[in-house]
Design a protein around this ligand. Structure first.
Ligand code: FAD
Length: 509
């Protein structure tokens, strides 16, 4: 056989798995459906000269162990912290910044609410403690949620379990802050990519999931921009993989995994070509992997039922723009730090509740929750001179509506995003040269994300830690190496790394 292992999909996790296996001497081929590598971690041109991070846009979660082991800094991967972390314009014309510097942030928050300014250090200390609990579990075999609850209770940390895992994001922010404005600014991290409202149980964990990283940036859960956009991450991984001898074949959609006598023996491509290897790793999400690639009758009913029951609802509308000029905020006119970091359009928990209420009744949120990014302010390579690229990560789409239904909603969703941004920066409307609107059905069609769920399945209790799928599958030789496996989505590399470790352990065994 020509190869020891086949990786289906060149998302960042597939590439991490390929590198890890090749570093140990395996002959690996990666088969990617699209004509470019990267999955949801790519930089693409949306209009001549305008390049955006089409899907993922910020970098924080990537595991330092993997970054070091794969020597990614030698492959042109570089990033820089967002500072300010957030600019928060408010509907009544006020605003505040959240800087990397805590003292400066306290001063900003004090203009909004003295109590909340005083609580800010306690908030940061809490997230440091949470990160210390979560990080050791990411590249390890995870405990069940019950076991974790018991472990934390035995350590006298039941409150941490409630505030960082089982409870709601709304309760967590309310534990620290009293003003609508400050609660609103921080609560959004609890619903990112998730079809749930801020009062839903488990959204505290979505918040935690966005706060365990940052070690490569500054150690403080800071989010960064990648130079050249997020595609630079997967370009670096692909370059490393090729140096290690990995063959990467794009425009090579896999249609099935070959299973003989309970073992995977290779894959068949859509054009009928078969590629054989004793080990197959799927970077595609679990539903795609187990419900479409694997032949009927190859998996136990119980496992299939578990896969079918996975919640893969989509919630995100990503709108990418080519702009002729920067948004000019009424509350802070001109050009400055207000355009440099994350622009958080989340004025209160109630506003987020209202946005979710729209989606639950089958409509796109009229006033979506949004994180806005204008990376070309700090990385001019992404847009022509004087022009800019901006992205709005907006919620909510009304779940995973099918493409024909979504087709009649798409423009309205884009308009809601623009109207919301324009209510803070009215010049936006005249500055739009091009817009690309990607709702759940578009994310599924473009990136293969079932339901348009950005994490290959919700990261809520029932689908996290020991209750998330692992790398091993009921079919010998077949592994899951994408975000559907522990610990979950985000550009962290962990599922790919964990899968390569499982392959190695099984070979030794
Ligand atoms: C809009 C959006 C915004 C996001 N923002 C962020 C962010 O700012 N920061 C962050 O850390 N994370 C973010 N995420 C989440 C993150 O991008 C994903 O969780 C992560 O990139 C998934 O990586 P993966 O390698 O597990 O899978 P994917 O990136 O989904 O890769 C799977 C690959 O498999 C390929 N594939 C599928 N089917 C086949 C087939 N039949 N044959 C061959 N190949 C196939 C796909 O084409 C794809 O390349 C965002 C995601 C989205 C969609």
């Amino acid at each position: 056989m020509e190869f020891d292992a086949i990786v289906i999909g060149a998302g960042h996790n597939g590439l991490v798995a390929a590198c890890a296996l090749a570093q140990e001497g395996s002959r690996v081929v990666v088969l990617e459906a699209r004509d470019l590598v990267g999955g949801a971690c790519v930089t693409e041109e949306i209009a001549p000269g305008f390049r955006v991070s089409t899907a993922a846009y910020s970098f924080s979660l990537f595991r330092p162990e993997i970054f070091e082991a794969l020597q990614l800094s030698k492959y042109g991967l570089s990033f820089y912290a967002k500072d300010p972390r957030m600019f928060v314009p408010l509907p009544d014309g006020r605003h505040f910044f959240v800087w990397r510097d805590a003292a400066r942030t306290r001063e900003e928050i004090a203009r909004i609410n003295e109590h909340d300014a005083a609580a800010y250090d306690r908030w940061n200390a809490f997230w440091d403690e949470v990160a210390d609990v979560i990080r050791p579990m990411i590249l390890a075999e995870p405990p069940s949620l019950n076991a974790l609850e018991k472990r934390l209770a035995d350590q006298g940390r039941s409150e941490l379990f409630r505030l960082a895992i089982a409870g709601s994001a709304a309760d967590t922010v309310a534990e620290f802050f009293e003003s609508d404005e400050v609660q609103g600014a921080f609560v959004g991290q609890g619903v990112i990519g998730t079809f749930a409202g801020p009062h839903d149980p488990g959204t505290a964990f979505v918040m935690t999931y966005h706060a365990f990283g940052g070690e490569l940036v500054d150690g403080a859960a800071t989010w960064a921009y990648v130079r050249g956009g997020m595609g630079a991450v997967t370009q670096a991984l692909a370059a490393r993989a090729r140096d290690l001898g990995v063959k990467i074949r794009t425009s090579s959609p896999v249609s099935s995994v070959l299973v003989e006598h309970g073992r995977s023996t290779g894959v068949a491509l859509a054009d009928g070509t078969e590629v054989r290897a004793p080990v197959v790793l799927s970077n595609a999400d679990p539903k795609r992997t187990f419900l479409t690639f694997v032949p009927a009758g190859s998996l136990p009913d119980e496992f299939l039922a578990r896969v079918r029951a996975l919640d893969t609802t989509g919630s995100v509308v990503k709108v990418n723009f080519a702009l002729s000029e920067l948004p000019d905020f009424t509350c802070l006119p001109g050009v400055g730090p207000q355009q440099a970091g994350t622009i958080e359009l989340s004025p209160s928990v109630a506003a987020l509740d209202a946005a979710y209420a729209d989606a639950k009744t089958g409509r796109v949120s009229t006033r979506p929750y949004m994180e806005v990014y204008i990376q070309s302010v700090t990385d001019p390579s992404l847009a022509p001179d004087g022009a800019h690229v901006a992205s709005c990560f907006a919620q909510y789409a009304p779940g995973s509506v099918p493409m024909d239904e979504w087709g009649s909603m798409r423009d309205g969703a884009g308009d809601a995003v623009i109207d919301t941004l324009a209510s803070y920066a009215p010049n936006v409307k005249r500055s739009i040269l091009h817009r690309q609107i990607l709702g759940p059905a578009d994310l599924e069609a473009r990136f293969g994300l079932t339901g348009g769920n950005i994490f290959h399945g919700e990261i809520l209790p029932g689908q996290i830690f020991g209750e998330r799928l692992g790398a091993r599958t009921p079919i010998r030789g077949l592994y899951l190496c994408g975000s559907g496996a522990h610990p979950g989505g985000g550009v962290c590399g962990a599922p790919g790394w964990n899968a390569a470790r499982a392959v190695r352990e099984d070979l030794i065994r």
